[in-house]
Design a protein around this ligand. Structure first.
Ligand code: AMP
Ligand code: ZN
Length: 115
């Protein structure tokens, strides 16, 4: 936990968030400024600033994040039609919250083709 981190505060319940999934390792809540009909942020309960700060011990946690994404996509009813998973890192990618998070975006055809 980091005292001045927005997502740590949402995980703790100090700031409101629309939680859609939670387990012992990750929490998922709706993005406040959705880029598509479904836009969920999946975050580790452990404070990690960005992909750059990952350590080898985080490997199972990051795998867990993707398994949570798969479950939430099914729960949201977007698994079959498809969705995008995005992780922004630092300035060139436009990272604004420095607590690592996986964007789960779907619910409609996504216009901007990346990759
Ligand atoms: P990123 O640009 O990858 O760092 O993504 C940060 C995301 O957090 C943006 O999509 C914001 O809309 C979202 N966000 C910012 N504040 C909140 C909040 N209080 N609750 C939910 N999502 C938020
Ligand atoms: Zn944090």
């Amino acid at each position: 936990m980091s005292a001045d981190c927005l997502f740590c505060k949402i995980i703790k319940g100090d700031i409101p968030g629309t939680i859609v999934y939670r387990d012992e390792q990750v929490t998922a809540f709706r993005d406040i400024n959705p880029a598509a009909p479904t836009h969920v942020l999946i975050v580790p309960n452990k404070h990690i600033e960005s992909v750059n700060m990952l350590i080898v011990d985080d490997e199972p946690l990051i795998g867990h994040l993707f398994i949570a994404a798969k479950k939430i996509a099914a729960q949201e009813g977007i698994a079959e039609d498809g969705y995008r998973l995005v992780v922004n890192t630092n300035a060139n990618a436009g990272q604004t919250v420095f607590h690592i998070h996986l964007h789960l975006i779907g619910g409609a055809p996504l216009k901007l083709q990346m990759g």
